[in-house]
Design a protein around this ligand. Structure first.
Ligand code: PEP
Ligand code: MN
Length: 344
């Protein structure tokens, strides 16, 4: 049974023709979603059996056809929306012409650590700050973040540097609190199929960065994004951060092919996290450059003032100097592939 249908209309369809279609869809018990586009106007219909509406709309003035959406994910797919989505996070754009670099420590540890890192990454050219206040740790005895105090430090760092902030939220109960401080909510790999959290961030009114689940297929990942978009939040940035494989020499296996694949299947922006994908700081720059050349919309990179003393993920964190060098190399590769780096 078809669960999503697209009513395709002429690009020149008039307002009253579109309204007429919307009214017919509503008459049959479905809530239509208007999808304006450059080359076509479409009306999306989601529900248990939207195909039942088909015969009532095909033939109406302005309607070209009504077709089922073939993929299991609907609103995040290219069938639903051929044009790429640009997600604007407090002025930083993901999915447009520019390549946006997010950087910062794995975890917010204290004020000086965060502020020094924020200043250094900003000076090197990052346009957004990352830092975990709520850390999902494999061991309950590991440093699990400063919680609300960490959020306050992130807000302070944003104030001082002007960099918008992305930080992880672990549970639906914290979404409101985290959304009050953050410019973008991060859903981590371990929560990528926590469907109640996905729905909660879908209602939070802030852009969401959705990491790929540890062992998720691209289709599962896009279905997770569908949970968020299904709540009315279209501002989703996907983040490839490596997947679990048999390989133990790296922390995860970076699936770089997911970048062009996701771009072909979905209109959502996609960025790469080479830090968690590799687990080793000497592998971060090569994979970051490959991500840029491979068509990613941006990066998220872990940076620490003194990686050897980091409370989490030191081995994969870059020093300030290494991050500066990486940004230089990214500019050069960006020039070569005609992908300018976003500047703030
Ligand atoms: C992180 O970015 O802080 C993080 C925990 O990453 P992941 O969910 O990809 O492991
Ligand atoms: Mn980390």
């Amino acid at each position: 049974m078809c669960r999503a249908m697209l009513i395709l209309m002429h690009a020149q369809a008039t307002r009253s023709e579109i309204d007429n279609v919307l009214a017919h869809v509503r008459q049959h018990g479905y809530e239509p979603i208007e999808l304006p586009g450059a080359d076509r106007i479409a009306v999306g219909v989601l529900g248990s059996n939207p195909a039942s509406v088909r015969d009532h709309v095909v033939g109406l003035p302005g309607v070209v056809d009504a077709i089922p959406v073939s993929k299991p994910y609907k609103q995040v797919g290219r069938e639903w929306q051929p044009e790429r989505t640009v997600v604007d996070v407090a002025g930083v754009r993901f999915g447009g012409a520019e390549f946006a670099v997010i950087a910062g420590p794995c975890a917010v540890e204290d004020g000086p650590q965060l502020l020094a890192t924020a200043r250094a990454v900003r000076a090197a050219g990052a346009v957004m700050l990352r830092g975990g206040a709520y850390k999902p740790r494999t061991s309950p005895y590991a440093f699990r973040g400063l919680g609300a105090a960490g959020l306050a430090l992130l807000a302070e760092a944003r104030e001082q540097t002007g960099l918008p902030v992305v930080t992880e939220v672990l549970t639906p109960a914290d979404v409101e609190l985290v959304a009050a401080s953050a410019d973008m909510l991060q859903v981590g790999t371990r929560n990528a199929q926590n469907f109640s959290l996905l729905e909660a961030v879908g209602q939070a009114g802030k852009p969401v960065m959705l990491k790929r689940g540890l062992s998720n297929t691209v289709e599962e990942w896009l279905l997770s994004a569908e949970y968020i978009v299904g709540q009315g939040n279209r501002d989703v940035v996907l983040c490839e951060r490596g997947v679990r494989t048999f390989e133990t020499a790296t922390r995860n296996t970076l699936d770089l092919s997911a970048v062009p694949l996701v771009r072909s299947l979905s209109h959502l922006p996609i960025i790469v996290d080479p830090s968690h994908a590799t687990g080793h700081r000497n592998l971060v720059a090569p994979m970051a450059l490959a991500a840029l050349a491979g068509g990613a919309d941006g990066l998220m990179v872990e940076v620490h003032p003194n990686p050897d003393e980091a409370l989490s993920d030191g081995p994969q964190s870059l020093t300030f100097a290494q991050f500066g060098e990486l940004m230089e190399e990214l500019r050069r590769v960006g020039d070569a592939v005609r992908r300018p780096l976003a500047v703030s």
